[in-house]
Ligand binder design. Sequence first.
Ligand code: SF4
Ligand code: SF4
Length: 282
Amino acid sequence: MSILYRGPLASCDYDCAYCPFAKRRDSPERLRADRAALERFTAWVAGRDHPVSVLFTPWGEGLVRSWYRKAMVELSHLSHVRRVVIQTNLSCRTGWLDEADLTRLALWVTCHPSQVAYDRFLAKCRDLTGHGVRHSVGIVGHPDHLGTARRLRADLPASTYLWVNAEEGRVYTDDEAAEWAVIDPLFGYSRLAHASAGLACRTGETVVSVIGDGTVRRCHFVPEVIGNLYDGSFDRALRPRPCPAATCDCHIGYVHLEPLGLYDVFAGGILERIPAGRPARA
Ligand code: SF4
Ligand code: SF4
């Protein structure tokens, strides 16, 4: 089972123009609630007797909070946890990773060029590579980011997958899409929303989305509740179900959309967005 977890946290140390959580602050009460919810979730995962993979998808940045670093380390040491991953801007220090079992931990790293000096970001990525921390690196496909993306592709090891997310609302010409596809051969999957209505999607059966109070939905994008993690009600509700949405335009969703075949493309690295081999152009 794979679980996408998002707690009450909704703040970030960065100030990206394209983000509603930019420089938002959480109240002390909200931070306390986020910590308590995360600890409850971590304890639940620890108590399972079946394999679990976890992707933390916080609104905002989690790794600047000690409880996310602690949860990542703790979960990485559990033998039934296949993988524990978090989406991060990598603004945090990286020393805490020394305490983790790196055979299970991975990072989904996003570069935000307006918020971090290029050399500093690259040095952090190199640090991850040097310490054997499994990670992907990505960037939003805004025209202003093209130069940085090209530099990153040239400077990162060929073994580090550099993904490009189509910017929300942006329409790419074929020429523009081709430029981004030079950097990320799989950009074609992100360029356009996938018509998903009625198609088989693993969410709601082997993948679920959970929020802080344990409410379980099939994915982050379909509001219908299928149960609760902590009373076990979600377990009885797991079954194959077609996608009820018209489209799916986010990687953390459509990677589970069966007709796309992305479980083969990302075999072994689905949650952290690392392809199984050198990706062929989408
Ligand atoms: S780093 Fe991510 S969460 Fe923070 S402001 Fe930028 S896009 Fe938003
Ligand atoms: S295709 Fe996307 S929106 Fe539809 S159920 Fe799957 S993850 Fe959710």
